[in-house]
Design a protein around this ligand. Sequence first.
Ligand code: ADP
Ligand code: MG
Length: 579
Amino acid sequence: MTYLCNQPDMFVEEMIQGFAAAHRDLIIAVNGGVVRRRQAEPGQVVVIIGGGSGHYPAFGGLVGPGLVHGAAMGNVFASPSAQQIYDVALAAYAGGGIILCYANYAGDVLNFNQAQARLQAQGIDVRAVVVTDDIASAPLAERQLRRGIAGALPVFKVAAAAADSGESLDEVCRIANEANARVRTLGVAFSGCTLPGAQQPLFHVEHGKLAVGMGIHGEPGLYQQDALPADDLAEMLVKKLLQDISPTGDLPKGTRISVLLNSLGSVAQEELFVVYRKVDQLLHSRGLTIVEPVVDRVITSFDMAGISLTLFWLNDELETYWKAAADTPAFKRGTILRSEPATEAVLIPQVAVASQPVTVGSPASQRIAAIILEIFASAKQIIEAQQEELGRLDAVAGDGDHGIGMLRGVSAALDAAKKAHDAQAGAGTLLTLSGEAWAARAGGTSGALWGVILNTFGVKLGDTTAPDTATVAGSVAAALCEVMQRGKAQPGDKTLVDVLQPFSAALDQASARGISVVTAWQDAADIANTAAQQTRNLLPRIGRARPHAEKSIGTPDPGAISLAMIITVASEVIRKHCP
Ligand code: ADP
Ligand code: MG
């Protein structure tokens, strides 16, 4: 459990403030995360990483000379928003291109892709490198679907060292991908982790048992077995990793290999050394040469009791960059001469959050805006009341943060909607501003997708007329299309698409039959609710829940349920205003 916290929803902000204060010599806080205190050489490539908080030293602790140039830091276990990534990347940008390097999770992919598109629209050359080292999360044949865990550190490290040595964007990208191709990780857990302010851990591992293959967000393990003594555990991890690396289960004698033995949180350093002793023996006995091992916390899972083992087999180029000196809050290697303390002139300023001028809407559209504002207020109430239940649904096969994320998002949207309403915005502008606020504050997959939904809906609705059924149906259809294009989920994949799609189809039919908005929405809301419940029978084929597909049978998809809830409260508010 967490012992020290003020307000759970301020945990990450307060943590970042304290972290930046403790490492003033190396890093500086900017909007969205932290960047190196001293900017990169003009014209050089910079490497930007990011992910949820709760994984320290990933991601902020890995920022500094010789390692990465900036880290976007999301809420606990939630991807940073596209805005955060964009702000951090711009703060670190040195004019020579940007590598966005991150672990493979649906929410991170969505948000990093959006940030990449926005940076490219500014004329900046940007490449993405996605880390996929977790052998438990998909078979080797589907390597690109694997999650990224502790193997991210070697990928970050070689990419950043190559960038600092003046390599081109293409070269840094190639080297980082080469590192990802040569890194494999497997983790085990003895107990779950508990999010700040939560009463219950995300999952339980029975006493005396071992969960093999869990993710770093508390996604439950693939299977459980009896706990093993340290040596047997070392043997199991080494064997499974080597089997994944080569069909013979062995690497050629003399292969140079690095090893990362990582505590996921509450396993003591001494316990790691006991396990490492055996790992070292096993690898030496196979004739492998170990290069610069790391036995430490690399990527944690809050207070989870567990460890992961990473093998990273090298070539000359990767070895050079892996061994290069680095000086970050959490990772130090060799000696980097610290330059004089940064003077005010080189301090990187906080990036100002862009504030958009609000377009005044027509009186008719302002009346619709007032109704939408009320919908956000009701949506916040229902999400607040259901927050725990949504978290519980998400914890069955995901990471348990859906309730927290939705509440953060809907609260930010409500605040933005209030401001927009005060500034006499029309319905379209009020929706797009709320969508931006939602995505920026919530992070995660659903945060990015809710941003897309509200934004698309708003753009279609516009600021001049009160929409008829055809306009509402067209706006929902456009939102569905955008969500499917960005998130790549199809109907049947067990996501919120399984609600949005039948909801959209029902509105389309109602529009064709000339039914009023109120009745059309109400009927479509019933269909949305049924569809949300029916997701319980589906197997997840996308997102965090995919590796735990069978576990989620019988439990509806949390994102589908929360979408149906909000559609339903919207129906009630609409009916009240247009009886
Ligand atoms: P995260 O998965 O980042 O932890 P949340 O827990 O807030 O984010 O949201 C999870 C929900 O997001 C899922 O229940 C599902 O409905 C939705 N989701 C996940 N991936 C996709 C996708 N690719 N397309 C549409 N919806 C998705
Ligand atoms: Mg989640």
